[in-house]
Design a protein around this ligand. Structure first.
Ligand code: SF4
Length: 765
């Protein structure tokens, strides 16, 4: 459903007519109009009215994540310093990228995923009507840069008249792309807050039409006022109504698509329920059955095939055969129960009891895992993280030869494409003028920069949808406060290092592995870059002074090398490594190829320093890379990088971790090892690690929600002490296979196998 809210009927009257919305006749205290997939509510003026009506409507309608909010209305332009009232602004509809509540200073951020044909603006929500000129001293960030009226106008016209940063700011001191227009209304911040209890920020859209510059006690002083105030307002609101109607059409289509998805989920739940009853499932068994069915359907196995399998193997005749077999084994009770399995009058298989159901469930699992070939790719991923800095060039964060996936375009004429990744960059206000920020922003001259107080205001918002955000990821530049060094988790291999530590310089990863636990760890798909490296170095020095040495993993839960083109983290740490003899650094990566190699060659490290820099390459079979490691380098590219790293005197670790299940895993991992042994001088390898995929219960639960259509989140794992892993037999077979082959090539002491007996819940990259 699309929930539209407006403060006054007069602001949306023409839309009500054009959309043929009918008035709802209910005792609801707010005026409402409805139509296809739309419920429009008139909230009344002010924040209290707005929050009550939004909350009441969404509660009454049982709104939930997936429903859409559109807030429409008029707004005044704030004329701060250096601003003059301009006819250009009047009647323009703006898409609000940031809302600020004037009374509290709190800011709210809708997701900006689509390329809409509206210019963007910030918006201030106040408690009283804006008086003309009352904010003459307001010092917006854009005004601090002294944007001219022409620059403001060029922003309004959007990309078609976009100027390059060099055209707009000849002085290199300027920060590019700041949005210039600041609007004022009396409801939006309250609408956002009330709606966010029910809906996701990816589904929030605030559109505001400029109708004035604040009211004047003396109307005569208002510029551009040939008509009465009300007539002028109507004319302005309708000036771009087709653009708004097109956008509403897009939301209606989106809502219909989501309704279809809901119906699909409902049908699945009914199938699950029916099968669960047939098998006499307990609560836990039903959860297992659900996972199994979701996994099976993702593999292309239909509900009918599942039923057929069960009927053929557990229907009366076969149950009887089983029973005879059991009788031979002396299990008489089983015999009696087994023959009771039957097809009921509705043609449904019904097993005799829970015990028989358990047997059937286990057999079904075995059949699904062994019979099918992985057919369906993870639907949960976004597009490859390609960062466009201008129209002709694509900066891929890694030297990945598989670039070229285009951003998804709309399916129908009402659709809008997704914004390119990093087209919006949120920057903590304290960092706006830092050289690091300026250096990064220069790489994205077309990016819109949105100042924020703290990265958590954007990154930790309620009810975010990782899947939707993955289509258009945003960059957040921030300062890391508090703890910056962490002890390695018990479950993760420490390679016998006594002071094994890791640090987090990025939150999230530029790559997108379908099985990555970050999807269960962070609430957002956006990428946070911490830029206060000197603070990290100070922490390292302190640690070394206290403990004597430090082994630091700097790319522990991300892939730092992939971001080197945007900010040279690894290079900076290499410099630091030269100064600290008691420090060793590990850089884990799935990047590779010539580009990576050029970076490694350029690292400012002495020969001795190179012996304290360990590059840990994660290796997977090409089929797994293709299916589940989106954006990462191909196996051949990773191998080239390994060869070059060895030639250049770096320490190299090979990580066969995590091993990912595939119905042909033995063949795939066998081929991987063969290629590795042929092309890499194993005697020069520092060490190897291996372990099969495992993940904590809580992360997998969150991942299942974020990526419901991924075989990696729906796999029928087993749970041991709070972490999920492959069924024990399979896990041991997979790890044993790899271990025995590695053992033939390198000494035992150089192989680190993850010990699942000690684990309590974290997957290693
Ligand atoms: S598994 Fe590693 S490389 Fe893949 S997305 Fe996660 S952190 Fe990045």
């Amino acid at each position: 459903m699309v929930y539209i809210f407006a403060a006054h009927k007069g602001e949306v009257e023409h839309f009500i007519k054009k959309l043929s919305l009918g008035k709802r006749k209910t005792s609801f205290p707010f005026l409402q109009y409805e139509g296809e997939e739309i419920l429009l509510t008139i909230t009344g003026q002010g924040q209290i009215n707005a929050s009550i009506s939004v909350a009441a409507t969404l509660q009454e309608e049982k709104a939930k994540k997936g429903d859409i909010l559109l807030s429409l209305g008029s707004a005044a332009v704030i004329l701060g310093k250096n601003r003059t009232a301009s006819e250009e602004l009047m009647g323009r509809w703006f898409w609000i990228q940031k809302l600020e509540q004037q009374s509290t200073g709190r800011c709210f951020y809708p997701d900006l995923l689509y390329k809409l044909d509206f210019p963007e603006a910030g918006l201030l929500t106040g408690d009283k009507i804006l008086e003309l000129g009352s904010m003459g001293d307001r010092d917006t960030v854009s005004e601090r840069r002294g944007d001219s009226k022409e620059q403001i106008i060029s922003e309004i016209h959007g990309d078609s008249r976009e100027q390059s940063v060099s055209e707009r700011h000849s002085d290199s001191e300027g920060v590019s792309g700041l949005n210039n227009t600041l609007l004022y209304d009396m409801e939006s911040a309250a609408v956002f807050q009330a709606a966010n209890f029910y809906l996701a920020p990816e589904d929030f859209f605030f559109l505001r039409c400029v109708t004035d510059f604040g009211v004047s006690p003396d109307e005569e002083k208002m510029p551009f006022s040939p008509l009465s105030r009300q007539d002028r307002m109507q004319a302005l609101l309708q000036k771009e109504e087709n653009k708004v109607l097109r956008f509403i059409g897009f939301l209606q289509e989106k809502s219909k698509e989501r309704r279809k998805e809901e119906e699909g989920e409902l049908a699945f739940r009914q199938q699950l329920q029916s099968l669960s009853e047939s098998l006499h499932c307990s609560f836990v068994m039903e959860k297992q059955l659900e996972r199994l069915l979701r996994y099976a359907f993702l593999q292309g196995i239909s509900a009918e095939e599942v039923r057929e399998y069960l009927e053929q193997n557990f229907g009366r005749r076969n149950a009887g055969n089983d029973a005879l077999q059991d009788a031979e084994n002396g299990a008489k009770e089983e015999v009696l129960k087994g023959v009771g399995n039957d097809i009921d009058k509705q043609g449904r298989l019904t097993l005799i009891d829970k015990r028989a159901g358990k047997k059937a469930l286990s057999s079904l699992k075995e059949w699904i895992l062994s019979e099918r070939i992985l057919q369906v790719k993870c639907h949960g991923s976004g597009n490859l993280l390609q960062i466009h800095d201008n129209d002709s060039e694509v900066i891929s964060p890694i030297p990945c030869e598989r670039s070229g996936i285009t951003l998804p375009e709309g399916k129908c004429e009402k659709s809008y494409p997704y914004q390119e990744h990093f087209r919006h960059i949120y920057v903590e206000e304290a960092l706006l003028q830092s050289p690091e920020t300026k250096g990064i922003l220069q790489k994205f001259p077309k990016a819109k920069v949105i100042p924020i107080k703290h990265y958590k205001d954007v990154f930790n918002r309620k009810k975010q949808g990782r899947l939707a955000q993955s289509h258009s990821r945003k960059l957040i530049l921030a300062k890391k406060e508090g703890q910056r060094l962490y002890d390695g988790a018990v479950v993760c291999q420490d390679f016998s290092e006594s002071h094994f530590c890791y640090t987090s310089l990025l939150m999230n990863c530029p790559f997108h592995c379908a099985y990555c636990y970050l999807q269960g760890m962070y609430p957002s798909s956006n990428l946070v870059m911490f830029l206060n490296l000197e603070d990290y170095f100070a922490d390292c020095r302190k640690w070394i002074a206290e403990k004597g040495s430090l082994y630091l993993c700097i790319s522990y839960d991300t892939d730092l090398l992939a971001m080197e083109g945007i900010y040279p983290y690894v290079e900076e740490f290499a410099r630091f490594l030269n100064q600290e003899n008691a420090l060793r650094i590990e850089v884990r990566t799935k990047a590779g190829g010539e580009g990576l190699w050029r970076k490694m060659q350029r690292l400012p490290l002495s020969l001795e320093g190179r012996k304290r820099m360990i590059f840990a390459f994660t290796l997977s079979p090409e089929e797994i890379i293709e299916e589940a490691e989106e954006g990462t380098a191909r196996l051949s590219s990773r191998i080239i990088a390994i060869q070059k790293a060895l030639e250049e005197g770096y320490l190299v670790r090979l990580c066969f971790d995590p091993m990912i299940y595939h119905p042909r895993w033995k063949e795939l991992y066998g081929a991987l090892l063969q290629e590795v042994f042929e092309k890499i001088p194993m005697e020069q390898i520092h060490d190897c690690s291996l372990g099969s995929f495992r993940i904590s219960e809580s992360y997998l639960k969150a991942m299942g929600k974020a990526l419901p259509h991924s075989p990696h989140t729906q796999f029928p794992y087993e749970n041991t002490g709070g972490y999920y892993h492959y069924p024990k037999e399979l896990m041991e077979e997979m790890e044993g296979f790899l271990y025995s082959r590695l053992l033939a090539r390198i000494p035992k002491e150089k192989i680190f196998r993850w010990d699942n007996r000690e684990a309590d819940g974290v997957n290693e990259k």
